[in-house]
Design a binder for this molecule. Sequence first.
Ligand code: 5GP
Length: 192
Amino acid sequence: MELLKERICQDGKMREGNILKVDSFLNHQMDITMLQEIGKEFHRRFANDNVTKILTIESSGIGIAVIAAQYFGNIPVVFAKKTKSKNLDGDLYLSKVKSFTKGIEYDIQVSKRYVTEDDTVLLIDDFLAKGQALRGLIDIVNQSGAKLAGCGIVIEKGFQDGGKLLREQGVRVESLAIVDGIEEGNIIFRED
Ligand code: 5GP
């Protein structure tokens, strides 16, 4: 997605620990026009998959998923919670995720009421690095008996192996920009 790649080049900063910082438009301040283009592109790629629900993980995935859902006819968005809350009652799907940015392991949880075997689920997240977040979400989809349409990722870091391993396992991963590395200060993208 050219518009996205241009924005990453313009605003993206590579930080220590292989962290790409794009908080001027995606992770802190959110550019709604950009998010609409991202949502349209996810819909273009998954338009024929009869997606009934979008599942994401708090917090950065939520805004992206909510805007994308509008292009899928306002289907519901469910977000996996990272902390226990009194609001979360009843039966839960649980899975363990190791955070790439924080380095800690935590349980993600989704109420069994909101993802069921009748659903076809699209997973959406902002970044794909080592694939831990997606693995946790896929585990939850599998526990629910729902069908997995695939994963929509805004930025995949192709120099980390999450995307490669998931695709090898047959998971459909659609990334709108794949960053393969940095050469002389320039961000290098994988060709579409
Ligand atoms: P993974 O689970 O694939 O290793 O990492 C994906 C998760 O870690 C995403 O949900 C995202 O929030 C965070 N993440 C991974 N790499 C980056 C990065 O380079 N920049 C930012 N802002 N977040 C990242």
